[in-house]
Design a protein around this ligand. Structure first.
Ligand SMILES: NC(=O)C1=CN([C@@H]2O[C@H](COP(=O)(O)OP(=O)(O)OC[C@H]3O[C@@H](n4cnc5c(N)ncnc54)[C@H](O)[C@@H]3O)[C@@H](O)[C@H]2O)[C@@H](O)CC1
Ligand SMILES: [K+]
Length: 493
């Protein structure tokens, strides 16, 4: 099994840089040259026949890396021009030295965008405007340069990080869309969350010879799990019984929302749960049984009627289509007192955030699955605050409620008492109703099959996204949650 990838904040990468320079006992310009060479290596491998190169250099060390790339291109006799966003005589330290190196190799350095030829499809752009030193809103001169890059029809290689993207948060307003990003020393969190995956293209990581000890000394912000690093369910023995694979009770489906609870039940079934019960409004019963006769569907018109159903199950998932009526609150209150692991989703989270039900409760045996809006309500803040720092928000929800928190998004975060994990899976076609209900059902089914909560959360998030990718082979637009069900079954083993 692969180990997860550590992802770092900009500050932590600076610390890795410092430790690397100290350990290798080299001047920092040598590290910059390694960075430039690494970027140029990928450039040549990816675009061996490119006609010409334009390098956009900023005023810091990211720009310095760009000057090194330009020098190397000139050495290889590839026509190359630099657009210097900061006048070369204002550059300092290594960036200044790198600029001199490029000039010595005969690179033309322009300081006005008007002088720069229009790029055609055979012009590769190297974006070395901003790296980990970027913060705040883009300065207007840099914004113009980013706009110019965005208009160019040819490929774009970003040095370290696409300019305009925050290395810490994955947030961006105006930013470069790259085809490839060559990132150095530490993988930055922002490359993998928020807008990062949409802006980076293919990410290539180069450690530049950083010593292993540096990675032990500097804490990662997040650990990124890929398919190879996620623990799977064991192969089933031949002599097994259905009651060894969990009995999942799904609680939800207020008037008008019956489908959500049913979809959670179906995804539990397809993720391998041994038995599934559904507690829902009486009017949903016949539809549920017609669609999925394997489910034991029970009508509940009050919390009291739920009570006897709480004895049998090994896991309870509460929330899909639960609504926010007095009925919903009664059901959550009863379900929340059960002494088996809980998965809490959707309106159950909204009721929780209002504080009338299960106020102040912390449990180590529950998984909360908020999207950004639900996380904001749980924390009593705005969705923009969550989007500005999703990692912090996921950790804060976990701190407030304990257990495991799955903050759903383009990069889904899993916060637990050992830290925060990130899993990139899925596609924009999954931005449609019912997808979250499936995830809830899968998490419950995996807990029912005896995976520890954190491992169930990781496998469920991966499984859900991968099922979405397979189902989207027929098209992302119009992808329905129920299209994922056959894929969940194929991928779970
Ligand atoms: N420190 C090191 O040892 C290494 C650093 N490397 C490179 O250096 C980069 C970091 O260099 P720096 O710390 O100099 O930072 P950057 O070069 O990323 O950014 C600093 C520059 O950005 C400008 N800037 C900041 N915020 C801005 C805004 N909102 N709008 C417009 N301009 C803005 C600053 O005025 C400054 O010119 C890395 O991303 C990487 O590319 C590599 O050379 C590898 C080694
Ligand atoms: K850049």
């Amino acid at each position: 099994m692969d180990t997860p990838q550590p992802l770092y904040s900009a500050e932590s990468v600076r610390e890795l840089d410092r430790q690397t320079i100290a350990a290798l006992e080299i001047p920092s310009i040598r590290l910059m040259k390694r960075a430039g060479r690494a970027a140029f290596k990928h450039l040549q491998a990816q675009w061996p026949d490119i006609g010409r190169i334009q390098v956009f250099c900023g005023g810091g060390n990211n720009g310095g890396d760009g000057y090194v790339v330009a020098a190397l291109a000139a050495q290889k006799k590839i026509p190359v021009t630099v657009y210097a966003c900061t006048e070369p005589d204002k550059l300092k330290g290594d960036a200044h030295e790198a600029c001199e190196y490029a000039r010595r190799e005969g690179v033309q350095v322009l300081t006005s965008l008007a002088e720069l030829d229009n790029a055609d499809g055979n012009t590769l752009i190297v974006d070395a405007l901003l790296g980990t030193g970027f913060s705040g809103a883009l300065r207007v001169d840099v914004a113009h340069a980013v706009e110019r890059i965005e208009k160019s029809p040819g490929p774009v290689l970003a040095v370290d990080i696409p300019s305009g993207l925050s290395a810490d948060m994955g947030t961006a307003d105006l930013a470069v869309h790259a085809d490839m990003t060559v990132t150095f020393i530490g993988r930055k969190l922002g490359l993998y969350c928020g807008r990062g995956p949409a802006l980076c293209g293919e990410v290539q990581f180069e450690d530049l010879g950083a010593p292993a000890q540096a990675y032990c000394d500097v804490d990662a912000a997040v650990h990124r799990y890929t398919a190879e690093g996620i623990k799977r369910l064991p192969v089933r023995a031949a002599d097994t019984f259905k009651n060894q694979f969990g009995h999942i009770l799904i609680v939800g489906g207020d008037s008008g929302f019956g489908g959500a609870a049913l979809m959670a039940a179906q995804s539990s079934a397809r993720a391998g749960a041994g038995l599934i019960s559904l507690a829902t409004r009486p009017e949903h019963l016949s539809a549920a049984l017609t669609r999925c006769p394997e489910v034991m569907a029970h009508p509940v018109i009050s919390g009291q009627e739920l009570e006897p159903l709480l004895d049998g199950p090994s896991v309870i998932a509460v929330g899909p289509g639960l609504g926010r009526s007095p009925w919903s609150e009664q059901l959550l209150a009863r379900a929340g007192r059960a002494e088996v692991p809980l998965v809490v989703d959707a309106d159950a989270l909204n009721i929780l955030s209002e504080g009338r039900v299960l106020a102040g409760v912390k449990r180590n045996d529950w998984v909360l699955t908020p999207h950004v809006g639900e996380a904001a309500r749980l924390l009593g803040c705005d969705t923009d605050d969550v989007l500005a720092d999703p990692r912090e928000a996921a950790a804060a929800v976990q701190e407030k409620f304990s257990g495991v928190v799955i903050l759903k998004g383009a990069g889904t975060l899993i916060a637990h008492d050992g830290g925060v994990d990130l899993i990139n899976s899925g596609n924009p076609g999954m931005a449609s109703g019912g997808m979250g209900d499936l995830l809830t059902g899968i998490v419950a089914a995996l807990i029912g099959q005896h995976l520890p909560l954190v491992e169930a959360a990781r496998l469920a998030v991966w499984l859900h996204g991968e099922a979405g990718n397979r189902a989207a082979e027929d098209g992302q637009r119009g992808l329905l949650a129920t299209d994922l069900l056959p894929w969940i079954r194929r991928l779970v083993d």
